[in-house]
Design a protein. Structure first.
Length: 179
């Protein structure tokens, strides 16, 4: 096996990316402190054709050198918007028919590895919270459902950018039948 060069990967350019059909998935980042985590999530969203990212609360926004360094240009390809109040955003999205999923550990959460399907006829949004405190309880209360990534070690959480990658990949598979 020969490692491929970037020129051999046949990636699309930004203008083509902007015009193609996106995965009907929205990512909401609330009070994310690490600029590297923000950039990493932008890059994951580019990889899986995510429709949009909302940056809420204290979450930094592009242009920012540290976000750009990790995103490697994904802040230019992925649509994003700053929305100060996450509760207003969640309410607006729900009123428009979007299914809102918090990614958190709660009573009666759905275990990601046990999910067999999601409604592909609806738009979905995933909420990721602060690296220390997670998704706020009032936001969880407003969500349609909660997803938990099952874990088997001694730690109780994953880095938010890793958690985002895992859940985004799974939703991408559910929402894109060609996979």
């Amino acid at each position: 096996m020969k490692k491929l060069k970037n020129s051999e990967l046949n990636r699309i350019d930004i203008s083509t990316f902007k015009s193609i059909k996106k995965t009907p998935l929205i990512i909401i980042l609330d009070d994310i402190r690490s600029l590297n985590n923000i950039g990493s999530i932008f890059r994951t969203c580019d990889a899986f054709k995510i429709e949009k990212i909302y940056l809420c609360g204290i979450t930094a926004t592009p242009p920012n050198r540290k976000i750009t360094k990790t995103a490697i240009g994904a802040t230019e390809s992925v649509d994003w918007e700053y929305y100060e109040n996450i509760n207003d955003l969640v309410s607006e999205l729900k009123n428009n028919g979007t299914m809102i999923w918090a990614v958190e550990q709660t009573e009666n959460s759905k275990i990601l590895s046990k999910m067999e399907k999601i409604d592909g006829n609806k738009k979905h949004a995933l909420v990721f919270g602060n690296e220390i405190n997670g998704v706020k309880q009032d936001v969880i209360n407003s969500c349609n459902n909660v997803i938990e990534i099952n874990q088997y070690g001694t730690k109780h959480s994953l880095n938010v950018s890793i958690a985002a990658g895992i859940v985004i990949w799974n939703f991408f598979k559910f929402l894109n039948k060609e996979i």
